[in-house]
Write a protein that binds this ligand. Sequence first.
Ligand SMILES: *Cc1c(COP(=O)(O)O)cnc(C)c1O
Length: 400
Amino acid sequence: MRVTDAPWIRAARGALLLGDDGRARPTIFAEMSALAAATGALNLGQGFPDEDGPAEVLEEARAAIASGINQYPPGLGMPVLREAVSSHQSRFYGLEVDPDREVLVTAGATEALAATLLAFVDRGDEVVTLEPVYDSYAAVIALAAGRHVPVPLTAPDFRADPDALRAAVTDRTRIILLNSPHNPTGAMLDPAFLDLAIELAHRHDALVVTDEVYEHLVFDGRRHVPAATRPGAHGRVISISSAGKTFSTTGWKIGWITAAPELRDAVLAVKQFLTYVNGAPFQPAVARGLALPDSYFLDAASTLQHKRDLLSDGLRAAGFTVSRPSGSYFVIADAAPLGITDAERFCRLLPELAGVVGVPLTAFVHPDRRAPYRSSVRFAFCKRVEVLEEAARRLADATL
Ligand SMILES: *Cc1c(COP(=O)(O)O)cnc(C)c1O
């Protein structure tokens, strides 16, 4: 057998992760980060914070290591973290979640998504997602031999269109996979859209899976509404979140799902043979984080909102048309007013022109559907204020 005939390699090639020669394509993120390193440009391409999160949380992890919490934790996750997830869902959303039967700790939201899709998607089953789409979704759908059906989000506000969702969901749909606040656009889904997704899931015997990793990073006084709080959600909705974005600990890879027991158990059946468990000393630390007072969560959001405004002002001064994200780490800047028609080319030149790195929005869109996104760039604002001020200055001074 030729290695390039292996089913996973074939699937990955279908998802455009591999070239026709079967070799891994360097992602645009890796290419842009290398460019930032080579040119000394400010890297606003990748979405990770450049500052540490809350000191109590970091200290709890150190203390856990020192006290010998260094072996395999329980397969469901440590009780202290499952209880903290349950209390968090109750405190912020009024949801009752049984820590023993309805919570599963995972290796980040990434594993939660992978295990959920592998658990439920059979060959040829359809998975509906918003598009532009977080890159791991398309990859895992392909690995599960599912079919990816997009619901497009378009400028200026990237709002999800209920009619597009109605058109996308059919009896072939197995999962409606939603992400709010949304990476890469920063858009948030309103409760009516969530209600429609749940209604369609009932009608077509599908599941709603929600990626809520930016649940606390919302702006302008808005509140995140989990689909799990909406009518008809019980037994239809699998909620996924993670500590990485909320506590600026993206390298810890502690995530979780909450779902009705039979759904949780189906995901567990896959998850236990992917990683089995991970991150023992980080689990009590994340539990500590989830129990921080409301002020922590509010401050994190308002600090990030200020950063959004700082970078957005710089981009506007440089001549971009700038979106107004309601949440997440990201802003979309359309370079069309600068005469740019090819953001991929533009992003390769931007480090030289302005000393700043962004990622073309087309990186999050299937090649057949990229036309509406050709001139747009995603910039991350989860960086130190000094970095964003410098980026804004460079952009405003640049001739683009
Ligand atoms: C960062 C991110 C993830 C991955 O979360 P991890 O906990 O690091 O695995 C998943 N979904 C979205 C939309 C993200 O932006």
